[in-house]
Design a protein around this ligand. Structure first.
Ligand code: KIV
Ligand code: ZN
Length: 532
């Protein structure tokens, strides 16, 4: 497949202006398609933090949510549209007037806003999901895009299950969407079924046959059910597509979406064969990926391309030998280019505040305020006392942890635990609730159980524990543990995270984090928030 910048026309786009033919728009849907997959839900503060990070990364469009889906979804799209400058802020809607009006209201505060409206076009979806005749679907395309255009000049139209749609009908739908004013045409491979050559041929067919195709940006949105999402995205680019829809770490429905970091690094590393430009600051990739893992509690697998722990590790003797003679023998891109530090070993207990601030800047945290810096430095000193080597990953986890805890009502202060094979485990915990200090002591079936019972005494609640998982942030027996705790209360589910060299302290932090999230949820549904 040959890539030439000329294969796409220079489009004058309402949000991006005259676009060079070699420009690729990075459309990030971590906060919509990614967030809607099981276990990945985020609260408002987390979505805002993630949106900030995606803006710093250089994503062109942020699909911030599906405003009609719930009041929480509406609120987060609206808050992101208010707070985030740089990317276009996009809200998703079905082809129904109520959906479109809600999306329009949610994106209103954005400097540049987009409505993304979709309807299924495959025979299977039209017959069984929509129960609509093709003619009615075609009318809905025109009506939905026209209505969206009354509210914003930047309108994306998607043909859900587009890759399994009949070509003639798909052409008529795309033509209707363009005629009604859509400026981006997205053809999703909704179920991850397409093969790269097929998808490329589909885009070539649409770009050749549909009247007006030269006036719009074509977009690709690929799911990873057969592990082909990134390959399909690259094939679509070769066929003239200039917007790629993707998520950090490839999260998303079922097997996920195409991973942003993999697409961006494929384009950068193989610029000789894929000569396109985008605005992503690749050195922020790892940091953004880690932030998502901290927020959701899901680490990527060690062999995950670009951001996995082993992505730049050389284990075999032959590889190490070649690598030491010339890194290019086994390394196609540098770890630094995506945010890994070559000498990962950073600071120790003698490092001062100025060095710590410098380190944070080097890791991309330019905007850490004085209070947060002081808290993070105190925790760093504490960590350096307990851990022989402090890695960049440790510092990133620690700062992200502080950021996530910024607005918490319940704050961890200290924990002492007595456990072993003889006596019944006992825990004494100290926490601050709305600034007032409280302490409690409890026994339990194990040290974690004793700790959670103590938290229960100091802050009574009805939530039940649904998941408890432990992972290590770095290697070695002194590595920080990252614990995820899932709590459920009245059908509401929240995940909390905590990191510490002591697994029980990490568990206490995670439990308290989850409780704070429940408080936020309760405050939204019951305005008089509950007290301790
Ligand atoms: O996968 C899909 O078809 C989607 C659309 C809503 C764009 O996510
Ligand atoms: Zn999707």
């Amino acid at each position: 497949m040959t890539h030439t910048a000329e294969s796409a026309p220079a489009v004058d786009h309402p949000s991006f202006g005259p676009m060079a033919p070699d420009r690729i728009i990075i459309f990030d849907t971590t906060l919509r398609d990614g967030e809607q997959s099981p276990g990945f839900s985020m609260n408002l503060e987390e979505k805002l933090r993630m949106a900030e990070a995606l803006a710093e990364l250089g994503a062109d469009v942020l699909e911030a949510g599906f405003p009609i889906a719930s009041p929480g979804d509406f609120e987060s799209v609206h808050a992101i549209a208010e707070a985030i400058r740089g990317p276009v802020i996009c809200g998703l809607s079905r082809a129904a007037p109520g959906d479109i009006l809600r999306a329009a209201e949610a994106i209103r505060p954005a400097a540049r806003g987009r409505i993304h409206t979709f309807i299924s076009t495959s025979p299977l979806h039209m017959k069984y999901k929509l129960r609509m005749e093709p003619g009615a679907v075609l009318e809905a395309v025109t009506a939905s895009v026209s209505l969206a255009r009354n509210h914003t000049a930047d309108v994306e139209w998607s043909a859900e299950d587009g890759s399994r749609s009949e070509h003639d009908f798909l052409c008529r739908c795309v033509e209707a969407a363009i005629a009604a004013g859509a400026t981006t045409i997205n053809i999703p491979d909704t179920v991850g079924y397409a093969l790269p050559a097929e998808l490329a041929a589909l885009f070539t067919m649409l770009r050749t046959r549909v009247p007006g195709a030269e006036k719009v940006i074509f977009s690709t949105h690929n799911h990873n059910d057969l592990g082909l999402a990134v390959a399909n995205t690259m094939a679509a680019i070769a066929a003239g597509v200039r917007q790629v829809e993707c998520t950090i770490n490839g999260i998303g429905e079922r097997a996920g979406n195409a991973a942003l970091e993999e697409i961006v690094m494929a384009v950068r590393t193989r610029h000789d064969a894929v000569p396109y430009e985008n605005r992503v600051a690749t050195q922020n990739i790892l940091r953004t990926s880690r932030l998502l893992s901290t927020i959701t509690g899901f680490d990527v697998q060690p062999n995950k391309a670009i951001v996995g722990r082993n992505a730049f590790a050389h284990e075999s003797g032959i590889h190490q030998d070649g690598f030491l003679k010339n890194a290019a023998t086994y390394e196609i891109m540098t770890p630094e280019s995506v945010g890994w530090s070559r000498s990962n070993l950073v600071m120790g207990k003698h490092s001062g505040r100025a060095a710590f601030r410098d380190k944070l800047r080097a890791l991309g945290y330019d905007d850490v305020g004085e209070n947060r810096l002081n808290d993070a430095f105190r925790r760093f000193k504490d960590l350096a006392d307990r851990k022989k080597v402090v890695y960049d990953e440790d510092i990133i986890a620690l700062v992200d942890d502080e950021v996530l805890r910024d607005h918490e009502r319940i704050r961890f202060v200290s924990l002492e635990v007595w456990a072993g094979s003889k006596a019944k485990p006992r825990a004494v915990i100290e926490v601050e609730v709305d600034g007032a200090r409280h302490a409690a002591e409890a026994h339990g079936d194990g040290p974690v159980d004793a700790t959670f019972n103590a938290i229960h005494q100091v802050f009574a609640h009805e939530a039940s524990l649904r998941l408890f998982s432990v992972g290590a942030i770095t290697e070695g027996t002194d590595a920080q543990a990252r614990v995820t705790v899932r709590l459920e209360e009245n059908g509401k589910m929240v995940d909390g995270q905590g990191a510490d060299t002591d697994t029980i302290v990490a568990a206490a932090r995670a439990y308290i984090h989850a409780l704070n999230k429940l408080l936020v949820k309760r405050a939204r549904t019951e305005p008089a928030a509950l007290s301790a």
